[in-house]
Design a protein around this ligand. Sequence first.
Ligand SMILES: Nc1ncnc2c1ncn2[C@@H]1O[C@H](COP(=O)(O)OP(=O)(O)OP(=O)(O)O)[C@@H](O)[C@H]1O
Length: 602
Amino acid sequence: MSAQSASPRYPAPKSTIDPDQSRSWLRRALPVVLAHRWLLLTSLSLSLVGLLVQVQIPNVMRLGIDDALIARTASLTGYVWWLAGLAVASGVVNYLARRYLLRTAYEIEYDLRNIMYSHLIRMPFGFYDRVQTGELMSRSSSDIRAVQMYLAFGPSILVQCLIAVFAFALMVSIDPLLAVVAMATMPVIALLGVWMRKAIFPVSWLIQSRLAQVATVVDENINGVRIVKAFAGEQRQVTLLASAADRVRWAYRRDAWIRSRWSPTLENLPRLGLALVLLCGGWMVIEGRTSVGAIVAFNSYVLMLQPPFRMLGMMIMMGQRAAASAQRIYEVLDTRSEITERADPLRTRIRGEVEFDGVEFAYPDGTVALRGLDLRIPVGTTVAVVGRTGSGKSTVGRLLARYYDTTAGAVRVDGRDVREYALDSLRDQIGIVPDEPFLFSLSIRDNIAFGRPDADLADVVAAAEAAGADGFVRALPEGYDTVIGERGYTLSGGQRQRVAIARALLVNPPVLVLDDATSAVDVHVEQRIHAALRDLLQNRTTIIVAHRLSTIALADTVVLIDDGRVAAQGTHEELLAAEPRYQDVLATMHSRAAEVDEQVAA
Ligand SMILES: Nc1ncnc2c1ncn2[C@@H]1O[C@H](COP(=O)(O)OP(=O)(O)OP(=O)(O)O)[C@@H](O)[C@H]1O
């Protein structure tokens, strides 16, 4: 069995982001959090229990000092045991709370990643024409993490902050006046937190978008490393990265500057509370209005308030980043696919009659590719599409498999508009082999079986034989199990094309589009592929974007496309005799084919 079909099934996300864009980012993310409410509630309840235990400690301490040390009305040992018991209980409960909290965090992260990826995979080609890979990578990694941290840790920090309420209640029960003094600095902290929030928000956004720019530069340089080296552009690209990195550094420095101005104040204000407690508490002890134990207990409470308030500051900062990151994630999730299916799409097996009826098409950036293309291809025939570069040849195949929708006119298969078919069914039955195929870092066998992961080895080999790939695959160290490098770079361009042809043939689609699919193989290999293909192309509607006369010879008819329209149609001989533009195109093809042969030979 192939590696792909053996892969286990993973649970789908339990919920998704609320699509209502008028809601706040947090409201929109709520369904994802609520999907794990039991885990989160368990963790929060445990935190709460932990707090209740923790908050008792200073009170027991106060009683110990006042009763056992000062008044000597009780034994010290009892209080010591009490304190030790409370410490152990608080440790155990906090450990459990943290475990559940981390689990919640990673469950939320898992869901967010899957929501993002399943959205991305459904986006049409037009979306990928517009966006940059690095930008998407950063949105699917660091932005998701920032949101996850806030969603899972935010509620827990809020619960931790409840310690202020408990501590205040206990302090009021001991001495109301001293309680007010101890808490005097807290409103100032809250106010400073709000100011800091305002100052940091724009910088957080800037950091995220600049990190994405760095990711884009890195991604392009890794993918385009051969071009960079070929044109000795290393220094220029390093400078480009340095400038992107410098922009990140500037944003981080600005962020650090704002934080360093606010954070120490936020953290240290509660300590000022200690001095106030000693001043007022000391005076009250002297006056006989409170006990020494109360001052010790109040000191502990004020100290106990520090970590949650520090965390509150952290949470405010996390909130800034999370809000900025969530907006960036939502920008992607809110982009709807313009390629939609109708309510009850067709899933029939197609015969393969293809028709382009007055098709006009412009790419999302406005480039007009087809300007009223009329073409009918009967079932089982092979058509060679030729034309000058940029005339719209490749666009024909892309519209047929509905990578894009036409701007005007219709593309029909078996007389039905392609928009009536279920997308997966349509694409399953229209195999497209592009001129620069993408291969995955998997074994050759898994690459060929990509469209039919359950195919057995005999079928894979048969497809490879037809595509002229079997010979070189068997010569590889591990044959069909050889794992090809990233993007298949350990294979030559022509070898990759042959693996891609095998991949399309294995699915056995009734309609096949070979888009310059043999442009990188030499003429002899191409003839062998053609000989094998000739049988396979019978009874299969085939569109070949041709770049060589030998490829044209495979076809029943030739269609000359010029400026997005069919300029002429007929047999090779008919066009040669009657169409000067065809002769021009052939002349260009000739010199290009000779170049390829020279390159392959070299
Ligand atoms: N993804 C895209 N976004 C914007 N414009 C595009 C895109 N793909 C192609 N085009 C433009 O559309 C026009 C037709 O492109 P198409 O790829 O169909 O031409 P072609 O005849 O196959 O060219 P070639 O023989 O060079 O591959 C060209 O002007 C091209 O620049």
